[in-house]
Design a protein around this ligand. Structure first.
Ligand code: ADP
Ligand code: F6P
Length: 319
């Protein structure tokens, strides 16, 4: 292993830059030549490779987004697209590839490994929705962003005695909703991993007002339905003045938290070490507070789950 490449793919996540910095610096420390591929798999197919030196990743550990930029690329799902990518990897004499992204990106990375190209995955997505790892880079920053937003909304919700519905991201997973709802003291949290009953949500709002609460916060994961639909139902059935906020892509930006920088730095360095050990077709994980790794197919086999006991606890604490 003399030359390695790294790319970021799928939705960007705060902390991806910390991972990139670790990959590049660990690689150079281990006397490897390191290339960055711009625009995810698109850049792999078009040959958008740049040589990375120590300075190329300076001053980025605290920045959100990804300096290599990211993309979702339909063409890479095809055999032709992957063959084009393999030709470019050969042209640059790359021996191993590190892919930072979500489960879609890992399906692409697995395909490359099956075609004989050593590839390692690092989980980077705000959704925390990858099975096989307790943590994905970007999640902590996104949750903190959501909490800060809800804290602000709570101020105005109290002043006007309103009900607020906050729609958060997470794709099909409820992790962002659960964590932000718990930590911001939401009255109800609606997640795809559990059914919800709108009458129960309303009853909890009514009980709260009865005992003197001045506002209600309902957090809805985008994987369940649109926040606006929940807002309309609540207002229609109760007449309570209700407002809806869709936090959207602001959840994907911002300076990464210490946790994202710390875990990201360790994952980035580990990926380089694994390539040097001859590992391929594996995803790095963070389990019980420690680095781990497992074959892509093992990680993909199980469905990502959520800790429902935390969900039930959040419900009992916000009565
Ligand atoms: P994420 O990695 O965040 O889950 P996507 O699902 O958009 O994001 O996947 C990122 C990219 O990974 C896709 O745009 C595509 O290029 C590649 N990819 C996704 N699924 C596959 C697949 N089944 N086979 C090959 N490549 C895939
Ligand atoms: O996977 C990250 C994520 O932000 C999801 O939470 C969301 O559903 C999706 O990406 C949004 O994708 P896009 O940036 O393409 O609109």
């Amino acid at each position: 292993m003399r030359k390695i490449a790294v790319l970021t793919s799928g939705g960007d996540a705060p902390g991806m830059n910390a991972v990139l910095r670790a990959v590049v610096r660990r690689g150079i420390f281990k006397e490897l030549d390191v290339y960055g591929v711009r625009n995810g798999y698109d850049g792999l197919m078009s040959g958008d490779f740049i040589h990375m030196d120590l300075g190329s990743v300076g001053d980025i550990i605290h920045r959100g987004g990804t300096i290599l930029r990211s993309a979702r690329s339909k063409k890479f799902k095809t055999i032709e697209g992957q063959e084009q990518a393999l030709l470019n990897l050969k042209k640059y004499a790359i021996d191993g590839l590190i892919v930072i992204g979500g489960d879609g990106s890992f399906r692409g990375a697995k395909d490359l490994t099956l075609q004989g190209f050593p590839t390692i995955g690092i989980p980077g997505t705000i959704d925390n929705d990858i099975s096989g790892t307790d943590y994905t880079i970007g999640f902590d920053t996104a949750v903190n962003t959501v909490i800060e937003a809800i804290d602000k909304i709570r101020d105005t919700a109290s002043s006007h005695e309103r009900t607020y519905v906050i729609e958060v991201m997470g794709r099909d997973a409820g992790d962002i909703a659960l964590w932000s709802g718990m930590c911001a003291g939401a009255e109800s949290i609606i997640i795809p991993e559990d059914g919800y009953d709108i009458d129960d949500v309303i009853e909890r709002i009514q009980q709260g007002y009865k005992r003197g609460k001045t506002h209600s916060i309902i957090v809805v994961a985008e994987g369940v339905c649109r926040g606006i639909d929940i807002g309309k139902l609540i207002e229609g059935k109760t007449g309570f003045e209700t407002r809806v906020t869709v936090l959207g892509h602001l959840q994907r930006g911002g300076s990464p938290t210490a946790y994202d920088r710390m875990v990201g730095s360790q994952m980035g360095a580990k990926a380089v070490d694994l390539l040097l050990e001859g590992q391929k077709g594996v995803m790095i994980g963070w389990n019980k507070g420690q680095l781990s790794y497992m074959p892509f197919e093992d990680a993909a086999r199980d469905k990502h789950t959520i800790d429902l006991s935390v969900y039930h606890l959040a419900r009992s604490l916000s009565n």
